[in-house]
Write a protein that binds this ligand. Structure first.
Ligand code: MN
Length: 249
């Protein structure tokens, strides 16, 4: 058996110059350059974890940095990875937008429901928060709709608090624009949301809060009400105004 000169072989491989077969070696034993690099460890797929639009410690007056990092990297990140795993099993998913998946979710497996819902919900959630004092205020158009449908901003806050506290177990509270243009507050369980075709509470979300314990437990433990009350000061009204305008144009 002829053995290659190993130092020379390794040198040629490093250069990517070894293109001919070597006695005793198979193609499988010689991965192409780059395959074993750091990027190969990342789960591949059509769905990606979006970066936060602020630092992990930007919201610490209400949500501590460790919670933000765990929530983004581990919880949201795991949902993106699981959705990519589902897309590997069913490649047709990769050709659809998240909204298209949600609009047909009643006919899909539970893993797609939970992880597509979770990916959409969290991607949305990060954008509707801002550091205290940087979120602006409701636009005149949104304020008028709030006054029409909730009497006042305080009326909306009370309705949102009731929905957040009334959700038994894990889920989300939402402010949505209904198809008729009115505003409504409601909640959904687990990682469901108002864009799902079989949701009993439907509409276009313009803000929403994650009331899963993972969103607040490190600082607030069981005190969901304290988290919900504090969360109001994080609302990114500038983004909510933009979403309201898009949903009512
Ligand atoms: Mn969450």
């Amino acid at each position: 058996m002829i053995r290659p000169n190993l130092p020379t072989f390794a040198f040629l491989m490093a250069l990517g110059a070894c293109t001919t077969s070597v006695p005793g070696m198979t193609q499988a034993a010689a991965p192409p350059p780059g395959v074993q690099g750091p990027q190969a460890a990342q789960p591949a797929g059509p769905f990606t974890l979006p970066p936060l639009p602020y630092a992990y410690d930007a919201l610490t007056s209400v949500i501590d940095a460790q919670t933000m990092e765990l929530h983004h990297q581990r919880h949201h990140g795991a949902q993106v990875a699981a959705l990519n795993a589902a897309a590997a099993a069913d490649p047709s998913l990769g050709a659809l937008s998240l909204e298209q998946i949600l609009a047909t979710v009643s006919s899909r497996p539970a893993a797609v429901r939970n992880n597509a819902g979770g990916h959409w919900n969290h991607s949305f959630f990060w954008t509707v928060m801002a550091p205290v004092g940087q979120g602006g205020e409701p636009s005149p158009a949104l304020q008028a709709a709030i006054n029409r449908d909730f009497s006042s901003l305080e009326g909306l806050r009370t309705a949102f608090r009731t929905a957040s506290m009334g959700r038994f177990g894990s889920g989300w509270a939402w402010l949505v624009v209904r198809p008729d243009g009115t505003l409504a507050v409601g909640s959904t369980p687990n990682q469901d949301n108002p864009l799902m075709d079989d949701s009993p509470f439907k509409g276009t979300p313009i803000f929403g809060n994650d009331v899963w314990e993972h969103a607040f437990y490190l600082r607030y433990q069981n005190r969901r009400a304290e988290y919900v009350d504090g969360w109001w000061s994080l609302i990114n009204w500038n983004e909510v105004n933009r979403r309201f305008a898009a949903a009512t144009q």
